[in-house]
Design a protein around this ligand. Structure first.
Ligand SMILES: Nc1ncnc2c1ncn2[C@@H]1O[C@H](COP(=O)(O)OP(=O)(O)O)[C@@H](O)[C@H]1O
Ligand SMILES: [Mg+2]
Length: 330
């Protein structure tokens, strides 16, 4: 009759005592759990020797440490050819995340960088409209990979090209993340210096998975000045901090209103709220973008302001922010 001690002696020939985490008999099964570097050949030899002295048992050898490591360190999504990826995020929708993403991408391109824009906002993909290609489907030459759009001197791709308007409403985390991963990793981006990702708003499962799976160089948080939007922005900051993605800074959008007729400046939502929040969290304040008719009408008609009025003070505001971000990526 084979005793547990006999089995221990055999295992000790192959593994160190501290590597043996359990030896269990479950009915007709003998299970050895090892906290060691996975080694197929060694495991097989051990299994055979144990089977000889336990002919009535089915022997299994399981490695736990490797398995745990694999679970703890999710493999990143591989985005070929892209040097830096930055997330443009907001705690909630409607604060101007997409307008900021598009104009920031164009402003980065004006700094002679090769720029890509990826629209991952499954709840309201608006990059196709803002860059003027609307519902045009992306081209695939091989049936496996996609060609990015090339509009306004930047490459882009939108999750909006993959879904109908009401699909996102019924998508849940895993499905949405699968589609985002596929489009992001199977697009032929070419050589890119900076990719801007227009994130879905909020801090739910999809945002968390994306933050873990994408090798972000940093995140930029867009907020309006009023308190309620700032509370959401703080949630966004906390999410990136927790996952270890550096927060490059906060942008205050719709910071103040300039009257088109008389040039009067009105601080409709209060002012400098985002700057104060940034200070409080030790995060850089990247700049403020005013609320202006031209920013809205140009964004919504497919000619973002940085492209259509590059000399306007509004385009300059985006450019200043782009310069600060580019500096941080060096
Ligand atoms: N600084 C701004 N001035 C004027 N309109 C803006 C500004 N930023 C965004 N908008 C407008 O506000 C609406 C919401 O902006 P959008 O970028 O789509 O927000 P989000 O992506 O956060 O949902 C759009 O119609 C957009 O044109
Ligand atoms: Mg949007």
């Amino acid at each position: 009759m084979t005793t547990p001690e006999d089995n221990q002696k055999v295992i000790a020939k192959y593994f160190k005592p501290q590597e043996i985490s359990a030896l269990k008999v479950l009915g007709s099964r003998l299970i050895i759990t090892l906290n060691a570097k996975e080694d197929e050949a060694l495991a097989e030899a051990l299994k055979q020797e144990l089977t000889q002295i336990n002919p009535d048992k089915k022997v299994s050898v399981v490695f736990v440490s490797q398995k745990k490591e694999a679970e703890n360190l999710p493999s990143k999504w591989r985005v070929k050819g892209v040097k830096h990826i930055i997330a443009v995020a907001s705690g909630k929708g409607g604060v101007g995340k997409s307008t900021t993403s598009v104009n920031l991408a164009l402003a980065l391109a004006n700094l002679n960088l090769k720029v890509a824009l990826f629209d991952a906002d499954i709840y309201g993909p608006s990059v196709p409209m803002m860059l003027g290609y609307g519902k045009t489907p992306p081209v695939s030459y091989d049936g496996k990979t996609f060609e990015p759009f090339m509009e306004c001197s930047i490459k882009s791709m939108s999750i909006g090209s993959m879904i109908s308007d009401d699909t996102a409403l019924i998508w849940r985390g895993a499905k949405a993340c699968g589609a985002i991963e596929q489009l992001l990793t199977q697009t032929n981006w070419g050589e890119i210096d900076v990719m801007v990702i227009d994130m879905p708003p909020g801090t739910g499962d999809i945002q968390i998975t994306m933050s873990q799976k994408i090798d972000f160089s940093g995140a930029v948080i867009v907020s309006t000045p009023q308190d309620i939007a700032l509370i959401d922005a703080i949630k966004g900051i906390n999410l990136f901090n927790k996952i270890g993605v550096p927060v490059l800074g906060v942008i205050e959008n719709m910071s103040y209103y300039i009257c088109e007729k008389c040039g009067h400046r009105a601080e409709i939502f209060g002012h400098a709220g985002a700057e104060k929040t940034a200070q409080k969290y030790g995060i850089d304040f990247l700049g403020e973008i005013p609320l202006h008719y031209d920013i809205r009408s140009n964004a919504d008609s497919g000619t973002p302001i940085v492209q259509s009025a590059p000399d306007s003070p509004y385009a300059k505001a985006y450019e200043n922010i782009a310069r600060k971000i580019a500096q941080k990526l060096k």
